[in-house]
Design a protein around this ligand. Sequence first.
Ligand SMILES: Nc1ncnc2c1ncn2[C@@H]1O[C@H](COP(=O)(O)OP(=O)(O)OP(=O)(O)O)[C@@H](O)[C@H]1O
Ligand SMILES: [Mg+2]
Length: 251
Amino acid sequence: MTAPALALDGVAVDRAEVPVVHEVTLDAAPGAVTVILGANGAGKTTLMDGIAGLAPVRSGTIRLDGKAIERLAPYKRARAGLGYVEQARTTFRTLTVEQNLVVSQQGDGDLGTVYRLFPELEKRRTLQAGYLSGGEQQMVVLGRALVSAPKVVLIDEMSLGLAPLVVRRLMATVGELAGMGIAVVLIEQFANLALDVGSRAHVLRKGRVVFSGPCGELRGDERRLHRLYFGGPPVSAAEAGGAGAAESGLR
Ligand SMILES: Nc1ncnc2c1ncn2[C@@H]1O[C@H](COP(=O)(O)OP(=O)(O)OP(=O)(O)O)[C@@H](O)[C@H]1O
Ligand SMILES: [Mg+2]
């Protein structure tokens, strides 16, 4: 197996000094989409914030290309190769599309890659971002995470409020990012769309991993997803042991 680009081991993350995420162990391979699912309030955003340095990691290790990053400032994690598309992140509305991208650029970052993925943005590069449609704005937000040539990109609920057709278009792009060798970590409310593009999935419930396995195991299985999200009798021996079994038996 390829060495993981991102590896979490026993990670706990606090929010306003309250423990929210507990003992999360998972990794993300380069060239693949790793899906994180869970009900509202399960701790998905808190976990992403912990990885990016926007919420404090109480214990555990986070490695980016083998290097521990859990004590680094957010900008140093970004410099080390971590891109983060935050939930409900918006564009700088009065800046042009191109200015939005340039202000996020660092290192080997290349606007050409963004314009190849989103030709509609190249056509509108001199337009103020505030005039773009919701889908195009989300493309700018994604583009801003890409202009730093990241090794890992965390994407938190990019489909919020967008039409299904636009969401499908963005999901296809997520697959292309993985095709470029990036390790993508995808949080998504439309579980089946994410499971279609993903390789492995992890389900969080009350801040703990209750399932880790291939996306194919969950795809189309609404009953099992519901049970994993909200609890209930286990359907397999691996689930019966809770988080511990999920980590040792299903990874
Ligand atoms: N700034 C905060 N201060 C205190 N508690 C918070 C804060 N932000 C989130 N929480 C709490 O942490 C828990 C996890 O929230 P989080 O936003 O990580 O969940 P989520 O899985 O991303 O949910 P959603 O699907 O709604 O985005 C919730 O119980 C929430 O109320
Ligand atoms: Mg969230």
